[in-house]
Design a protein. Structure first.
Ligand code: ADP
Length: 495
């Protein structure tokens, strides 16, 4: 296995200037005590020490964003679109370096990391094009002699707190529509993966994003979070992460009646009906479950199969799971990288152990690979015989563990699928058009993939219902989130 340390990471990049170690506030690279240590999850080695700018840094970023907002909202949408398109082009031109940084700090395979860069850039392209289409409507005159119309005004300064599993795309998915709409941003990236955020800031500056419009503050979440949620200048909090932190931010934002956009946890059912094509379904499950080692909020969490295809599906899955190669994300033939850290390995292993104690059977894997491979690796795992009451079925696994449940009737499947506080993504494999309608209407989820293991794209609405979140990212819906609807009534027109 290759090793990657602070010394060797920079030498891998064609543009080491992208490897930033300071926060980016008001167009300047800002120092602070270097207390954030960034780890390579494949080896456990330190790859960077980063400045923590703390509450003071967060306050100055908010002030800078507020000052910049007064100018940025008046920049023509056509011009904002052009700047965003330059940012998009620069990101794609530097995709190899951005993917290298991403794999180094987060662990996902280089192929997945490069895919994320392209996916993340697509939101910038889409929003750049949309900037000139953010407009209101002329209304049918509500009173005699009057005229009415609406406009869409940028909401103001937006603070975003982002997670480590998509260190690039979770930022672009929020920032691109926000900047297109005329908002300015303060971003607090995850402490595990700030380097990808800072590399994006470097390229935003090169693209011509004016100072103060896009700020990145790195540091302690407990210190920075309350500054962002408490500042009166901040009009919206965008967050992707765990449900408990999302609820906390929502409570903090309530005092200032700030808008919140929350993309929280999931517990995705992946349903295979007995008329489905087994090989296609098995390939879909592997794509959904083992992408990013299962560390996505839309990963299949409960695989539910009807008895007619159950045995064939399990056999097809076992063949595929046993063939998955685990290792350093930089090795060319790796299918699965490490988990984010060893605590995640312990948490996932705990879920598996408790399921086995409760009567579930391990078909493949079912153990940590930390001793064999170092870092934070877990074996791709297939389990059957779990029950709906087990933690494995109730909690988001966030690891490479596929748990298959056998259920018969549509009603029973829907009951199990919906029996969770979450409602982000669900998947359904069937070739029966009647079932497609009955089941998609019955599933309480924000996104449903029918015969499709992945649902996200720059053009479509991403988000959940129930405790999976509020709001949508992507497409025109993602842009609208960052605007206020303003209504104007003009009287006395016909007199
Ligand atoms: P995970 O457990 O997967 O890291 P979290 O919800 O804890 O998910 O983290 C997502 C983001 O939320 C990260 O940027 C993290 O630093 C941030 N975060 C965690 N706790 C708080 C908090 N109390 N206030 C503000 N941000 C927080």
């Amino acid at each position: 296995m290759t090793t990657l340390t602070a010394d060797t990471l920079a030498s891998r990049l064609s543009e080491p200037r992208l490897l930033r170690h300071q926060s980016y506030i008001n167009g300047a690279w800002v120092e602070g005590p270097r207390s954030l240590v960034i780890n390579n999850p494949a080896t456990g080695e330190d790859i960077a020490h980063l400045a923590d700018v703390g509450a003071e840094g967060a306050r100055s970023a908010v002030e800078a964003a507020q000052t910049a907002f007064e100018r940025w909202k008046k920049v023509s949408p056509y011009e904002r679109g052009k700047i965003l398109m330059r940012w998009h082009d620069l990101i794609l031109a530097h995709a190899d370096d951005l993917a290298t940084i991403l794999t180094a700090e987060m662990g996902k395979t280089y192929r997945e990391a490069r895919g994320e860069i392209v996916y993340g850039a697509a939101f910038i392209e889409w929003s750049a094009e949309e900037a000139k289409r953010i407009h209101g409507e002329t209304l049918t005159p509500p009173f005699p002699g009057s005229r009415g119309w609406t406009t869409r005004a940028p909401i103001g300064v937006v603070a975003c707190i982002t997670p480590w599993n998509f260190p690039n795309a979770m930022i672009t998915r929020k920032c691109a529509p926000a900047l297109a709409a005329g908002c300015t941003m303060v971003i607090k990236p995850a402490p595990e993966t700030p380097l990808s955020a800072l590399a994006l800031a470097e390229l935003a500056e090169e693209a011509g994003v004016p100072k103060g419009v896009f700020n990145i503050v790195c540091g302690d979440a407990q210190e920075i979070g309350p500054v962002l949620t408490g500042a009166p200048e901040v009009r919206m909090i965008g967050f992707t992460g765990s449900t408990p932190v999302g609820k906390l931010l929502m409570r903090q934002a309530a005092d200032g009646v700030k808008r919140v956009a929350l993309e929280l946890g999931g517990n995705a059912p992946f349903i295979i009906m007995d008329d489905a094509d087994v090989d296609t379904a098995a390939a879909g499950i592997v794509a959904s479950k083992f992408r990013v080692s299962g560390q996505t909020c839309v990963s299949a969490n409960r695989i539910i199969a009807q008895p007619g295809i159950y045995d064939d599906l399990l056999a097809a899955l076992k063949t595929k799971v046993d063939a998955l190669k685990v290792g350093d994300g930089f090795a060319g033939d790796t299918d699965l990288g490490p988990l984010i850290h060893t605590q995640a390995v312990e948490r996932v292993d705990g879920l598996v152990r408790r399921a086995v104690d409760g009567g579930a059977r391990i078909v493949s894997g079912g153990h940590s690979l930390v001793d064999e491979l170092g870092g934070a690796f877990y074996a791709p795992t297939l389990i059957e015989g779990g029950t709906p009451e087990m933690d494995l079925a109730c909690f988001e696994i966030f690891g490479p563990v596929a748990s298959v449940y056998k259920m018969d009737s549509e009603a029973e499947i829907l009951r199990f699928a919906n029996d969770t506080p979450y409602g982000l993504a669900a998947y359904l494999y069937t070739r029966d058009i009647g079932r497609v309608h009955r089941m998609t209407e019955g599933l309480d989820y924000g996104m449903i993939g029918v015969n499709a293991p992945m649902v996200g794209s720059a053009a479509t609405p991403f988000g959940g219902v129930k405790e999976s979140g509020i709001g949508r990212e992507g497409g025109k819906w993602g842009v609208e989130e960052f605007t206020e609807l303003k209504y104007v009534l003009l009287g006395g027109v016909d007199t």
